[in-house]
Design a protein around this ligand. Structure first.
Ligand SMILES: Nc1ncnc2c1ncn2[C@@H]1O[C@H](COP(=O)(O)OP(=O)(O)OP(=O)(O)O)[C@@H](O)[C@H]1O
Ligand SMILES: [Mg+2]
Length: 222
């Protein structure tokens, strides 16, 4: 089992009262699955994804990754977990506008390896992998939305994560481009045996899931 989460709860405290965005949720994710998470707006999908990726601390509950418990309340532990294992793709691409496609990927690599020449080579390889061999020196604004999302995927893959998390990666794309991105995610899942967890509103995108889960008020439903 790649991920085991047990009795996970995230409570947000607000003046109006407290809400459990994720409510005592337990789930096992076997290695190599393409997991899709659907559910109405506000059902806790993003909250769950952020906790899975070590970006948000839950209120209570545990996460066992590859047999090892991650201390979800220790910032250092979480940072190590993220940098070793996790890649993120967001709906809004989150590329840096004044860096080229290659440079956007290189900043993710620089954290680990200071060798600029090697990093550049690897960044270009990643861009080739997502079909952007001829766009390496383009800036984000010179790329289409689908191409920008492919750069974001290449960046997420920079450190060879075994877990790729995507929050509505096709939310800003038309159906044709969405299919392109979903095909790339499927390829990453199948060829590199990367476990993918994707939040989506689209029933078409959810069809890509080998394990499909649905949330309602922070609880798993069938
Ligand atoms: N930082 C926060 N502070 C307080 N409440 C929050 C915070 N983040 C999320 N919430 C609340 O937690 C619940 C779950 O939010 P979440 O963003 O996980 O939903 P979601 O399923 O991703 O929704 P969407 O489909 O709209 O993206 C919502 O009711 C939301 O208002
Ligand atoms: Mg969300």
């Amino acid at each position: 089992m790649l991920i085991q989460i047990k009795n996970l709860t995230k409570t947000y405290q607000r003046l109006e009262g407290a809400i459990n965005a994720v409510d005592n949720l337990s789930l096992d994710i076997p290695r190599g699955e393409f997991v899709t998470i659907t559910g109405t707006s506000g059902s806790g999908k993003t909250t769950l994804l952020l906790i899975l990726g070590g970006l948000l601390q839950p209120t209570t509950g545990s996460l066992i990754y590859n047999g090892k418990e991650i201390n979800l309340h220790n910032d250092n532990d979480l940072a190590t977990f993220r940098s070793k294992h996790v890649g993120f793709v967001m709906q809004s691409f989150a590329l840096i506008p004044y860096l080229t496609a290659t440079e956007n990927i290189m900043i993710a690599l620089n954290v680990k390896n200071k060798n600029k020449h090697e990093n550049k080579k690897r960044a270009i390889e990643l861009l080739e992998w997502v079909g952007l061999a001829d766009r390496t020196t383009h800036y984000p604004k010179e790329l289409s939305a689908g191409q920008q999302q492919r750069v974001a995927i290449a960046r997420a893959l920079a450190n060879n994560p075994d877990l790729l998390l995507a929050d509505e990666p096709t939310g800003n794309l038309d159906p044709g481009l969405s299919e392109e991105i979903l095909t790339i995610l499927k390829e990453i899942n199948q060829k590199q045996s990367t476990t993918v967890v994707m939040v989506t509103h689209s029933p078409v995108a959810a069809e890509y899931g080998t394990l499909r889960i649905k949330l309602n008020n922070g609880i798993l439903i069938n």
